[in-house]
Design a protein around this ligand. Sequence first.
Ligand code: AHR
Length: 324
Amino acid sequence: MKALKFKTLLAATAVSTLALGLGAQAAELTIGFSQIGSESGWRAAETSVSKSEAKKRNINFKIADAQQKQENQIKAIRSFIAQGVDAIFLAPVVSTGWDSVLKEAKEAKIPVVLLDRDIDPAGKELYLTAVTSDSVHEGEVAGDWLAKTVAGKPCNVVELQGTVGASVAANRKKGFDTAIAKASNIKVVRSQTGDFTRAKGKEVMESFIKAEGGGKTICAVYAHNDDMMVGAIQAMKEAGLKPGTDVLTVSIDAVPDIFKAIAAGEANATVELTPNMAGPAFDAIIAYKANGTVPPKWIQTDSKLYTSADDPQKIYDSKKGLGY
Ligand code: AHR
């Protein structure tokens, strides 16, 4: 509801901006983006979509790749402050440890927008807005799908968590746990981080399979992103298991490769996370700079569930090449 109202506000702002002949202001904006790295297909798509959204709006867009390190993100933010950019976008690798650097941005009067991950709630006054999904809800959607699919049958789940300390990892765990708490037949028997990468997902899944009698006691895999699931699917196949039939899978992101796996019957479900976080963030900053429109604190993106019922091959064909 709030998001809809904000869209209306942005549309009105765009009209008044043009009417006032302020369109050129957007063209002159320079925005720095401290990106986490390239750990997943989703992340690669977010970087590429951000660039094209910047181009559409004629924004001078500078991306700093932090290679998964918070210290690199802090350095990049300081460098953006020193360059006097008009705004800073931050995809925070972890949720804590941002206070000092964000205070520096605030003192320099540079608005900060969080993209796709959140920071500790205590830091809320240090950023203008956050464009993210409801990552607790994503976990709930995954857990509800599993509960509905196993329909009361006992089900031991192994969980591949995202990066330790990342808001989305904590939230996706919380949401899933909440959903399955309503189903006493479902239990998470093993849970470990796979750091959102395909290689780590495979490695951790191999250890789960070993620890669970060759995988015979595993009913389902829940992964906090599709890349880890793609790695886990590979590990299951190598161990002679049949992911998608013997072992159910549910993960998050909706990247093309998971649709390929669903189409092949080797995966079951994914919850979509749009890679276009930057588009709404650019619009918020343009409006803010043009006439002081303060965006809502949270611009929420959708979390839609996809399964084999959704023509996965068609979705794969439409998504591949979109920066993934
Ligand atoms: O913060 C979003 C998460 O980060 C994506 O779900 C995951 O693929 C990425 O690494």
